[in-house]
Ligand binder design. Structure first.
Ligand SMILES: Cc1cc2nc3c(=O)[nH]c(=O)nc-3n(C[C@H](O)[C@H](O)[C@H](O)COP(=O)(O)O)c2cc1C
Length: 199
């Protein structure tokens, strides 16, 4: 089967690509409007792209034809965001936080999670997340109606027990979930295997 994407609608292209290019990590992104209103939403068009400088990118789209999603609006106004990784215990709340709420409404209000202050930026991080990356926007690319926010990671917070102080992950303890076929499928990462690389 072959799909020629140029003859398909953006919605069809999205369904095909987002279902096939999997599993994808999920960035659970907290931002602030600068007036004390926090915002959290998940984005699976996301990855890490380098370490010098430490680079991440994710792609928040538009709410409608003209209005960027709240996450993108907040980053445009103050350049700060926190990317959290999500494990299965947080998966339901993560999906609930994708609800499209009015600008300035905190998706995590009354969800029983705790915000902690960050070290480098004024946006808070979610203490229950296994990993939190404090990021500053480097630049944002707009390509067609896609928006790619590129960020530099300044500080990494890792839950106790996951990693040694020299940055080595302990075996069998870190299980972020991943996005699978669009719209509602996810994968666990409990079944992992090792292959040694050639010298
Ligand atoms: C697992 C998951 C992944 C998502 N990935 C993206 C994405 O990569 N880009 C995007 O624009 N929306 C994505 N969404 C939808 C946004 O989370 C949703 O539009 C949210 O309301 C945006 O919130 P905001 O307006 O507060 O920024 C995803 C939703 C879920 C549940």
């Amino acid at each position: 089967m072959t799909f020629n994407l140029s003859s398909l609608s953006p919605a069809d292209r999205y369904r095909i690509l987002a279902s096939l290019v999997t599993p994808r990590p999920i960035a659970w992104v907290t931002t602030s409007d600068g007036e004390g209103h926090y915002n959290t939403a998940p984005f699976s068009f996301f990855n890490v792209f380098g370490s010098n400088p430490p680079l991440v990118a994710f792609a928040p789209g538009n709410k409608d034809r003209r209005t960027p999603k709240d996450t993108a609006l907040n980053i445009r106004s103050n350049q700060q965001f926190v990317v959290h990784m999500v494990d299965e215990a947080l998966s339901e709340i993560m999906v609930e936080s994708s609800a499209s709420l009015p600008y300035g409404t905190d998706e995590l209000e009354d969800k029983g999670l705790t915000y902690l202050p960050c070290d480098h930026i004024s946006v808070p991080r979610i203490s229950e997340a296994p990993v939190a990356l404090e990021c500053m926007e480097h630049s944002t690319l707009e390509i067609g109606t896609n928006r790619l926010v590129i960020g530099i990671v300044h500080v990494v917070h890792v839950r106790e027990g996951l990693m040694s102080p020299d940055g080595n992950l302990h075996e069998g303890v870190y299980h972020p979930i991943a996005r699978m076929a669009s719209p509602n499928w996810y994968a666990r990462t409990v079944d992992q295997f090792e292959i040694s690389r050639p010298d």
